[in-house]
Design a protein around this ligand. Sequence first.
Ligand code: ASP
Length: 310
Amino acid sequence: MKTFSIAIHGGAGTLLKGQMTTQKEAAYRSALQGALDVGYSILANQGNSIDAVEAAVKVLEDSPLFNAGKGSVFTAEGTHEMDAAIMEGKDLKAGAVSLITGIKNPVSLARDVLEKSEHVFLAGDGAMRFARDNNYEVVPKAYFYDALRHQQWQDLKGSNAFQLDHSVKKDSKFGTVGAVACDAFGNIAAATSTGGMTNKKWGRVGDSPMIGAGNYANNNTCAVSCTGSGEFFIRGVVAYDVSCLMEYKGLPLAEAASEVIQHRVLKLGGDGGLIAVDAKGNVTMPFNTEGMYRGFKKSNGEDQVLIYKE
Ligand code: ASP
């Protein structure tokens, strides 16, 4: 049987080593392992990569530890505006949503855009109308509340500053989430979900829901989910750039991903990382920050959850 694999991330950045307690670290590790196991069991039961990445991301969205779904950061208006995308490498089908509120699992709404609409990307009020038309429950703001996220917003409220959730300048929690997978049939998929940046305004949208920037999948090359300073990842068209280096330059997965994160993104002034798989089940997880919440599990028995450069 072909090798199958899944990789996940819970955001680049992480708490500085000195600020991380044993308890906090255990909580992050167990949440990441839980998401990996859910996604992997779908693959192990002959499931599809798109089901695996959606299921893994849902677990991370449901955890308040990460900046996606429950635990999303606060906007300048004190609300939560979430973005998500999902893409299949087999036929390049994609779905994405941005600026949505009150939806517990934005990644599932993105999948419904892929499957139930003629479109790829729905935003704001229209995306919310699509959610209601598809019987999504719109939950009260309180569901998304997290005390530390609220404190992060209080620190910036009223100022023009906005803050990347994974900034290491403050003792903050981090975490856009994502998953990439290669199933036993050699099909790959990617999903990404985020609350964006604390104190963001004007309908700011980052790279996460943008196909080719923060999320991309193509069976001929790779499936990629990014995390980092979204503006730079958009300008660098990062996920697609990794794919292009493989397609046009013939670089292997790990080399292509490393070139983009360690050279091209840094050159633009951006920080962050990505997770990626190819259709042979290879996995790579480069980042240029202090750490990145991440993990992968492969049918050859490899199973790892990592936070720092290890
Ligand atoms: N890339 C996300 C954004 O800019 C943030 C993150 O990765 O934490 O919205």
